[in-house]
Design a protein around this ligand. Structure first.
Ligand SMILES: NC(=O)c1ccc[n+]([C@@H]2O[C@H](COP(=O)([O-])OP(=O)(O)OC[C@H]3O[C@@H](n4cnc5c(N)ncnc54)[C@H](O)[C@@H]3O)[C@@H](O)[C@H]2O)c1
Length: 372
């Protein structure tokens, strides 16, 4: 049921009816600020299939953009066209919330934000997992001083690559893919949420080879061309002085590292996998015998993708800044691209586009409703 909150629901269209579509369509049923009406895809069959599954209209991309009843479009296309499609959405006079990354490079990302500003429209960008119970609770523990002043940390996203399971894995190894642009947004956004913006990056990278063997059932036996680094490692210096060691990789068969740990003057915190909304949180304080698992202090520990778009809908209504905002996404994009620049130049890269640390959620929000 819609409209139980004070916020009138925005009518939503989705462009891109692939693998991630169901997570967003489900999210639109959780959050009362979002009313999913229609979907579109270059592949009309894909759009028709999703439309039937979710009882919405299947339109061509042009029809969806021309529909005056659609207020907000969620862009779930592949990374290499994220900026192009987002700009088409903005030119059609609609707010856009897109999957990560914002764009393929900082310049393209900036152009999206400038167009939105000139049209007084909002740009939102995934990931929104940092709005889940795991990372909101971790943020509260850090802000409340459980580990003292954060000094350092580690972040590891190490895996064997998505070509074994994703039905259309080529884009992960094309420009705009790779472990950094694909998975880095979760980790770097989570770190900015926990610690504030990054001021500099120093990094190295390697590539497993010219091709990857797809073993998913849809493309079994195909060799996928590799245009990007498949392993990135480096150091992030945060404005608050903390230094985080990070590695993201599609070249690791198995490992024993935790996703994110932050070490402070009075303790350590182990933070959940930022590609999830829940996950275990543990704190260690000197004097304790061992790590202590902490309970969630917030809702949304299950997959709640689209919470970022819902937050944007509330923010549009009240005029406040939305949390998954364009300036955060541009900052994260510049940090990720700095890994490439640092690798090529063998130098430390200063980050120019800074953002503010997104505001933490207030506690005790009613189900399906966010703060105005
Ligand atoms: N699959 C996942 O588990 C997952 C998780 C989180 C985020 N994402 C992100 O979501 C985005 C989409 O991923 P996916 O896995 O759904 O990809 P996908 O390849 O399964 O689907 C993408 C869809 O976009 C359509 N498309 C491409 N260009 C288009 C254009 N110009 N106009 C209209 N439609 C267009 C394609 O036809 C396809 O149906 C990517 O940015 C990805 O990084 C995916």
């Amino acid at each position: 049921m819609k409209n139980l909150s004070s916020v009138p629901a925005l009518n939503v269209g989705i462009i891109g009816c692939g693998n991630i579509f169901p997570a967003y369509a489900k999210g639109c049923t959780i959050f009362r600020a979002l009313n999913l009406k229609a979907c579109a895809d270059l592949n009309m069959e894909a759009a028709a299939k999703r439309a039937e599954e979710y009882h919405i209209a299947a339109l061509s991309v042009d029809e969806l953009l021309a529909d005056p009843s659609i207020d907000l479009v969620i862009n779930l296309t592949v990374p290499k066209v994220h900026a192009k499609v987002s700009m088409e959405i903005l030119r059609a006079g609609k707010h856009v919330y897109g999957e990560k990354p914002l764009a393929l490079d900082t310049q393209e990302g900036k152009a999206v934000l400038e167009l939105a500003a000139s049209k007084k429209l909002r740009v939102g960008c995934a990931p929104d997992t940092f709005l889940g119970a795991g990372l909101q609770t971790s943020r509260k523990l850090i802000d409340d001083g459980w580990i003292g002043r954060p000094l350092a940390g580690t972040a590891f996203m190490l895996g064997a690559g998505p070509e074994r399971w994703h039905p259309n894995p080529a884009f992960f190894y094309a420009q705009g893919g790779g472990p950094m642009l694909d998975m880095g947004p979760y980790y770097i956004t989570a770190l900015v949420h926990l610690l504030g913006p990054v001021s500099a990056v120093s990094a190295m990278a390697s590539k497993s080879g010219p091709g990857r063997l797809a073993t998913c059932k849809e493309h079994f036996g195909e060799i996928l061309p590799v245009e990007v680094a498949t392993h990135n490692s480096g150091s992030l210096l945060f404005e608050n002085g903390a230094v985080v060691t990070i590695a993201v990789s599609f070249d690791v068969p198995r490992h024993t590292h935790k996703p994110i740990e932050i070490y402070g003057t009075e303790g350590s915190i182990s933070v959940p996998d930022p590609n999830t909304f829940g996950g275990p949180i543990s704190v260690f304080r000197p004097g304790n015998e061992d790590w202590k698992e902490m309970p969630f202090a917030y809702a949304y520990h299950e997959n709640s993708r689209s919470i970022g778009a819902a937050d944007m809908a509330h923010a549009i209504h009240s005029g406040r800044e939305h949390r998954c905002n364009g300036s955060l996404a541009l900052h994260v994009l510049e940090v990720m691209k700095a890994f490439e620049k640092s690798q090529e130049s063998r130098c430390t890269i200063e980050i120019a586009n800074r953002c503010t640390q997104p505001k933490a959620f207030p506690q005790g929000l009613p189900p399906g409703v966010l703060d105005d």
